[in-house]
Design a protein around this ligand. Sequence first.
Ligand code: KG4
Ligand code: ZN
Length: 339
Amino acid sequence: MRVLGIETSCDETGIAIFDDQQGILAHQLYSQIKLHADYGGVVPELASRDHIRKTLPLIEAALQQAGCRSEDLDGIAYTAGPGLVGALLVGATIARSLAMAWNKPAVPVHHMEGHLLAPMLEERVPEFPFIALLVSGGHTLLVRVDGIGQYQILGESIDDAAGEAFDKTAKLLGLDYPGGAALARLAEQGTAGRFVFPRPMTDRPGLDFSFSGLKTFAANTIHSQGSDDQTRADIAHAFQSAVVDTLAIKCKRALQETGLKRLVIAGGVSANRELRSQLAELMHKLGGEVFYPRPEFCTDNGAMIAFAGMQRLKAGHTTGLEIVVQPRWNLETLAPVTL
Ligand code: KG4
Ligand code: ZN
């Protein structure tokens, strides 16, 4: 089976073609980061308009890269939520229109299920059941995964998502939007231990997260200590350590409470090297294994949507001609996939 994947939920247009025998045949990505940088965040209307400009040319480029024609496709998968309503509508409308014109089935995909299954695009594939830590710009979720579509949310952020906290703190440090990766680079120049930030909600039971206080802590530290280059790097270091430690503590708790030994991390923040190395160390100590996507599939992309959509197409989960998107969509409500 060969599926075209279309991702337009936020500020990246991601198009890919996945074949279950040959793997990823094409992968095209256009990032709108430059478009939004002047505003310090994503401007939804500009995002929608740019998806309109980029989606069809990228689909053409993907078909060319894969050396295939529309007749060679068995279906179209598109992100139907969660995300920005206008941006989602562009992808959904194009996907549905092409599906009708080409007489192919189309399937809506949950963006976070795409992230969650992205490690399955790699050679070493996690077996079910496992714990997934999903850390993106919009979500922080700890999920028990018993199969595709069998998700139980064990914990989530009660305020800012991990990526959002990275981006807001990066902005305070004078870094351009989205500053997560730049903050991580700055942290490498920082001195460990000069500042110690709290590990929010780790002193009480439970698996929820709260990251908004860390941004305030960073603002107060800048206010009292100034913002020379070394101080900025030291703050970045202290902030990153606090987020990574907090995520690791909650992952350990989730693994111990469930007795599971496999951990999957995905979403934009899973590209963070400090997070990867700390979780690798944790799983080594626990005698378990950690799985993550290659860095380019940690952030938004079309390959994860093509892959997740393929699983659902194989199970017959197509929908009618109507164009429906869900800006808010609980992962737990997805139908289980039984192949
Ligand atoms: O999954 P993603 O591409 O988009 C959403 O679905 O939200 O995640 C983007 C988020 C941004 O907040 C970005 O700053 C963060 O992932 N991010 C990172 C790193 N690379 C991307 N955060 C920390 N360290 C990184 N290396
Ligand atoms: Zn995402």
